[in-house]
Design a protein around this ligand. Structure first.
Ligand SMILES: Cc1ncc(COP(=O)(O)O)c(C=O)c1O
Length: 395
């Protein structure tokens, strides 16, 4: 291994809410890390840290927009990793992907309009709809045991409703770890195009793909699909740069792009920072090798948990992880309430997951386990899990 992905920096005292949450539990020791909010415990790629240091040595941190090298690298990354040929002029930067889909909801829908979500799903998507007084149109995903599928009949029916105007598509899907296939995305696009529904594709997890799988960018489905979509990408999940707060949104349709920018301009300040651009440029230009090592560890962590559960707690069902570093575990067989599950995890096992119910009703009884950490923390966590749930163990 070229990179130090075995050691972490504890994040107490630097404003990391997920670390701070554990502070009051006297059982928390140096073997305990949080497995909640989706950032990584891995140290940054040295290509990024060293590059940023040099940048600060050589520059002042004034106001700045993007530069040519930045734009080229952002576009090249999409081409090389997702076969998505983008034009630089489609690119619009936002503070974050959440900011991008909030802006899209405001720019392209009116109060009372329906916005579809495949649920359970990343919780701020509900908020973007509700806080802007749009109507949530839920299309619950069908849990087929191993993974989740789209309920096509329901989707088609809801898409046809006169007031349904938008689909926010989480692709790959968080928390279900699902990659939507080309066939599925084509079907989604056909339904949306037939009903004049704009697709906002949140592809923030697109680079975190497990071995054997491939992400399909919504921008590669068809010219028509591309022209009727907003595609949100970012280096933040891929390279652990969430604190840099930057997203690259591709809007091929000039009219939509102008409307999106006009909505952005209603905010007092929507510019991104000079350091976020540089971090992103460094990541896309030099970060690939680091990412490959990180994905291998995530895959190892996933297998470690799956083997352990299969041996000791086979009644806990684990959704196939095709993408993301967020494992979705179904603890409903233990017959515990959400509160009991959360209390037992936190107080007895020092396990700080994201509770499934925050992703919607269908997440009740589930836990989302962030795997982006050195493998030793997974082993230690499994030992604690065993002790806390011993009465359910099959051996
Ligand atoms: C699907 C999805 N979109 C967006 C975000 C947040 O992205 P950002 O920090 O750029 O708003 C996350 C973070 O977990 C996510 O899972």
């Amino acid at each position: 291994m070229k990179y130090d992905l075995e050691n972490i920096n504890a994040r107490f005292g630097i404003g990391s809410q997920k670390w701070q949450e554990m502070k009051n539990n006297p059982l928390v020791d140096e073997k305990v890390i949080p497995f909640s909010v989706a950032d990584m415990e891995f140290k940054l790629a040295p290509e990024i840290t060293e590059g940023l240091k040099k940048f600060i040595d050589d520059n002042i941190l004034g106001y700045a927009g993007t530069n040519k090298k930045y734009r080229e690298n952002v576009c090249k990354w999409q081409q090389k990793h997702h076969d998505f040929t983008v034009d630089e002029k489609w690119l619009v930067e936002t503070h974050s992907v959440v900011n991008a889909f909030f802006t899209a909801v405001k720019a392209f829908t009116q109060k009372g309009d329906g916005v579809m979500l495949f649920t359970p799903v990343y919780y701020p998507m509900y908020k973007a709809i509700e806080i802007n007084q749009r109507k949530l149109v839920e299309i619950p995903l069908i849990n087929n045991g191993m993974t989740y599928d789209i309920d096509w009949d329901l989707f088609t029916k809801k898409a046809k409703a006169i007031d349904t105007k938008m689909l926010i598509l989480c692709s790959p899907h968080n928390p279900c770890g699902r990659i939507w296939t080309r066939e599925e995305l084509t079907k989604i696009s056909e339904i949306c195009l037939a009903n004049d529904i704009l697709v906002v594709a949140d592809e923030i997890h697109a680079d975190l793909i497990m071995p054997g799988f491939k992400h399909v960018s919504y921008g590669t489905i068809s010219k028509e699909a591309l022209e009727h979509s907003i595609i949100c990408t970012a280096p933040s999940k891929t390279f652990n740069l969430a604190g840099m707060q930057l997203s690259n949104v591709f809007i091929a349709n000039e009219n939509y792009r102008n409307l999106f920018k006009a909505e952005q301009a209603t905010d007092a300040d929507f510019a991104c920072s000079i350091l976020s651009y540089e971090a992103c440029r460094l990541a896309y230009e030099y970060g690939e090798e680091w990412l490959t090592e990180v994905i291998n560890i995530i895959d190892t962590n996933k297998k470690t948990i799956m083997d352990f559960m299969q041996e000791y707690f086979p009644q806990v069902k684990i959704t196939q992880l095709q993408a993301t570093y967020l494992l979705w575990l179904d603890f409903r067989a233990f017959n515990l309430t959400n509160e009991e599950l959360e209390m037992r995890n936190r107080q007895k096992a020092c396990l700080y997951f994201d509770e499934g119910y925050i992703f919607g009703k269908a997440g009740s009884g589930f836990e989302r386990w962030n795997l982006a950490c050195p493998t030793k923390y997974i082993y230690w966590a499994l030992e604690r899990l065993y002790q806390a749930y011993k009465e359910f163990a099959v051996k």
